[in-house]
Design a protein around this ligand. Sequence first.
Ligand code: AMP
Ligand code: ZN
Length: 138
Amino acid sequence: MRDDNCIFCKIAAGEIPSSTLYEDDMFRVILDLGPANPGHALILPKEHFKDVTELDEKYAAKILPLAAKIGTAQRKALGADGFNVVQNNGTAAGQTVFHFHVHIIPRYDSEAPMVAWNPGKYAEGEMEQTAEKIRKEI
Ligand code: AMP
Ligand code: ZN
């Protein structure tokens, strides 16, 4: 399935030019136009899924091995010391293009972490209450 109004559907299908790093029958991997670091890549499925909650399992099974392949290539080609695998779901999480995609961002020892948070604390009993709420919905 595709969405005719979706820019990533058009890029994945090759209808809009992109800097393509890799392509097979299910995925196109491109360079992000606004990179966190040079070489920042996006894995795009060729089918339209809004986010990870819609992603077909046959695509899901291939995403992490493909992310590992791209990250390994970034290490070798760019001398990256590591890489972040980032995937945003919903506006609150920073998603701006609503066609499922995975960011692979080359990272260097000399940089501050990009994906970081200040560790919080639970009040007494809050951790177990939170766990129970989530467990009920799984
Ligand atoms: P997200 O915030 O996870 O939805 O990420 C969307 C990403 O797509 C951003 O990092 C944008 O820089 C990138 N992006 C948007 N349009 C294009 C495009 N035409 N080609 C390449 N990258 C794009
Ligand atoms: Zn799409």
